[in-house]
Design a protein around this ligand. Sequence first.
Ligand SMILES: [Zn+2]
Ligand SMILES: [Zn+2]
Length: 248
Amino acid sequence: MAHAFRLGDLLQPLCQVIQIPRPCLVCEQRAWRYGVCQTCLHELAQQRQQGRRCERCWVQLPATGGCRDCSARPLAVDQVFVAWDYHDAAELLIQAYKARQQHWLAAVMADALYQQIVGQWITRPEQMLVLSVPSSRAALIRRGFNPAAEVAKVVAKRLRQPYLVGGLYSVDTQATAAQKQRTRQQRLGAKAPAWRCVTLPVNSTVLVVDDVLTTGSTLQHAAQLCRRAGAYRVYAALVARTPWRDHF
Ligand SMILES: [Zn+2]
Ligand SMILES: [Zn+2]
C-alpha cells in the first residue's frame, strides 16, 4: 500500500522530543504528551468493551453463536490481551506507526496495552519473559524496524520484566513477508512461517507481543514454538484485534 508523504509526519517526532502541543493524529484537536489526544485514547479504550467478546481471542462476536476462530482451532495461549479493535482510529494509528515511520507511537500503543494487561491480569507471575513476533527480513528492510519488537520493549519495561531480544526469530525471508498480503483462507491454509525460538527456561512463562491479531495463525505458531522451546505458560498481548467482518 502506498502512503502519501505528510508534513505532519516529520513534525510529530520533533514535537515528541521537545514536548509541544500538536494536532492529534486522529481528530486533529490539540494533543500534548502523546500526539494522540486523551479523548481519542479514551474512546479507543472504550471500544474494546463493546459487544459480546470471545474470552479467548477477544474478537467481537455476533449477536448469537460462538467464536468461529476458536471453535475451529483454539489458540494455544493461556490468555490474550488486546488493547484496541482494529478499525477507525486504531487502524489509522497502526498504519501511521508501521507504514509512515511514526516510531514514537510504539509508546502510545505499549501504554494502552500495559493498561489492559494490568487491568485484566491481576495475579501475574513474578517472572516472565517478553518476546515479540519477528518481522521477515524483507519487512525489516522495507520499514527499518520490527513494529512488534518496539512495542514489546516498552511493555516489558512497564511490566518490569525482561524483553528477550531475538527470542523468536525468522529464518525465511519469503513466508512472513507474504503473510500480510494473504486472504483469510490462504492464511489459515498456509504453511507456518519459518521461525525459530531460542531455548527458554523450562516451565517458564512468556508474553508474546504482536501488533495485530487477525486469524490467530501467526500467534498460534509463535505460541507453539515457545512451548516447544520450554515455556509452560504462554500469554499474548496484541495492540489490536481485527473485527470478524474484516477477515474476508
Ligand atoms: Zn484526538
Ligand atoms: Zn475466539
